[in-house]
Write a protein that binds this ligand. Sequence first.
Ligand code: ZN
Ligand code: ZN
Length: 1013
Amino acid sequence: MFKSVNSNENFPEMEKKWLKHWYEKGIVKKYLQKNSKSTKYFSFLDGPITANNPMGVHHAWGRTYKDLWPRFYNLLGYRQRFQNGFDCQGLWVEVEVEKELNLRTKKDIENLVPGDPKASIAKFVQLCKDRISKFSKIQTEQSKRLGYFADWEHSYFTMSDENNYMIWNFLKKCYDHGWIYKGRESVPWCPRCETAISQHEMLTEDYKEIVHESVYLELPIVGRKNEYLLVWTTTPWTIPANICVAVNKDFDYSLVEGTSGELFWVAKDLVEEVFKVKVGVGHDRPVHKVIKTVKGKELVGLHYQGPFDDLPAVSEVAKNYPEKFHTVIATDDLILPISVTEGTGMIHTAVSAGVEDFKLGKKYGLPMIPVIADNADYLPSLGFLSGKNAKKHPEIILDYLREKDVVFKTHHYKHRYPACWRCKSELVWKVEDEWYVAMDKKSKKLGVRSEELGGNKTLRERMIEVAKKIKWMPEFGLDRELDWLKNMHDWLISKKNRYWGLALPIYECRGDGGCGGFEVIGSKTELKKRVISGWQAFEGNSPHKPFVDEVKIKCSNCGKPVSRINDVGNPWLDAGIVAYSTIAENNQGEPLYTKNKKEWKKWFPADFITESFPGQFKNWFYVLIAMSTVLENEPPFKQVLGFGTLLGEDGRPMHKSWGNAIEFNEGADKIGVDVMRWMYSRQNPADNMLFGYKKADEVRRQFYLMLWNIYKFFVEYANLDNFKARSQNFLAPVGTLKNVLDRWILSRFTGLVISVEKNLKEFSAKDAALEIEKFVSDLSTWYIRRSRDRVWVNSDNKVDKNNFYETLYYVLVNLSIIISPFTPFVAEEIYTNLTGKESVNLEDWPLIDQKSKIKDQKLEQEMNIARKVVEAGQAERKILGVKIRIPLAQLMVKVDSTVSIKSLPDEIWDIVLKELNVKNLVINGKLNYPKKKVKVTEEQLEKEGKLRELIRQIQSERKLKGLKPDDFINLTVPKEFEKEKDWIAKRVLAKKISLADISLLRWFATQRVVKAA
Ligand SMILES: [Zn+2]
Ligand SMILES: [Zn+2]
């Protein structure tokens, strides 16, 4: 006997029951160990989740994939590492800790222990570590809830010593190639976090639509009375940093007389736009006069006066660079193209406060006026502006300009402006010394193995070669990655003014008497060898601030004591090294890369990684490739599956305030994780996914409940019929099967196993899931539906009955195995109940005997044709308005003539006739089935219809009364069914049938079904 199946099962509760069982009974451990002796390896490399907050339903999408393929390869007998990873270091954690402690600035952090910056930093770093510890535990529990099986006790943490020192090793290699340098560049900068935001971190979603007050500024030309350059800027806070005005030397510029009599230079194409004046509603009338028009090159060399020329920092530069300061220059189109779609065609150039401005300045040797400090306060040398915040108080600039009467006009300008990805503050641009990895420097390292390791090629060239060796899914991934690789700037790896991150192992010899050189240390051992002081204070601590900074080494060039630079590393370094740092024996201890490279090679490159792709081309995929290219000149992974973004089911990004966000725990308890996992699995990863409760209901109805009801049907009737499974080896009961339905469903199932295996090996969960859905639908709406009269009291054919159960048993047991990577909970429920064995998680993938001819293509085609005929017949009945339960003597059906119907065997025709409830079929006016027409009288047909209706009514009343299929009843039927009494009794399990002298119509209204004693 199988355990009976509840039709109103509480699935989330069922899942919790199995979770408890799996962990308490050691099923997970056994699963992890299942193939530990195997010689086949499947190497999956986890992209670490940031352990900074609870997991969201969007994480569950990727984590479903991260569990699905390891489960699949476990069924196939591959040895695996099953290692999950947590990302730990970086600004994201710092910002959350700052929020928790209500800290506002850098100064607050350094004053956590009042008056003791070092102790303060130690405390702050510890709090960051504590936060990671807290949320990694929460995320572990949530992942378990998702049904994710992994080596949870040995997850990797990117803050580990192993990880940090392996990054040192990488940076040292970069240094040996000559690729590490300190560069002075204009960088995007967050004034709240007081640190540079690298190009990698500026994702499109971090741009906000912002309205800024833009200004048209009048700049009087030196030596020309009443003549002005008219420049337009959307960032008035940068005007004090103005050095030049750039024009395009080939454009036409016009000198225009405005209403007040002054003369302004403006690009000719923009004159109308700039000088239009509102007169009345909706009418703009130009009020101006063009005096003359010249080419831009004729303006080059003009000098002008700026509104802030009196500020000390500005007058200092004016004095030192009289030739270059406040002149009109010709732009370089490749650096700063000028457009005439908006503005004035004359570009305010602030060398210290813009990327293009800075590059133009570099090219022309322009001076620079630094204007803001790290928090965007104006610097002390800026007179009345000093100490005021440039971003928070734009009005100080505008008010001053108005007072000076140099504002031509202002207008509110809406544009997309970048914000800090972590704290959402608007970014500024600032010139800073930062550390970079050069993308375009030839390697200076030439050794024995150098050709194999890339020769003297640049990092960019090498990375492009490596990226091309990887299989990208979806295919556009390669183009997206190459696009980034071809266009990205040098890699900014430093973060100033931050605390919780990789200690960049760069030792720069600066300060009094320093030689100005720098060195990179590649390991803890190397550091220990080079130390001249401070080792004791560092020993026993992780290589983080503040303790690692106690260590001083001797400059190998000049012998002076040298400290580590103050910066921490870009956090993407941390996740990029994991192919090297996390592969370790039993997922613990020293990385195999340094301990036992031969063993490491068995796991490297990883066979597979999967992450949400927006952003990762610039981030995780990029850093993995960069670091592996430097270390081994090899791809770190062979295949990558990228997937889109999870949105609310209203199509908008999930936001708490919009009411469409779903927290993971809430989703899991309301939807059930099997259904969630199925939703992710059947999704096309190339598209964004709409997720919500309505979508979940659809999936539950269309797949999950259908599967459950098949299982319930089997258990219920197999128990009634006292079915005993033949054997425990779950082999298909081929050879013994006479019924065409059994042979058909076995053929379908065999095809399913083959195609699911193929699709999963190609990393298409979607195609595999959709095949499974189609099969389950066939199983329910055709196989079971057409087999209902083969079970229980409906059939006396014991052999056929047993064949039905054998077949469905085989299908269900093996189906539970192949769906276990997708929906492990329901798979376990079905599998354990049907087999009595320990767990589906310890199973092997079903063996398909390719030679047994279970797969019968011809039969499947015939059944498809039969179902097409049935569809056409049902459509015909609809047109005639005759319900399916009323038998017909004949039905004329039209079927697409391309379908070859002639060849259908009799056994399939019989199924068609039964499904359509007709005696004779005429197809396309020609073909008849049966060949010999079945003759039937009107009375016979009517009787048959009535009998069918009667049985249906009794069965539905049985159900209404809550009777079980094996409960006997007593029953009264109309007298006209006297002859069929015994037949009815058997069909509805009646002990006693009495006859009443009433019509069927009256009987419908009054009939009584009573449970028999
Ligand atoms: Zn910020
Ligand atoms: Zn030195």
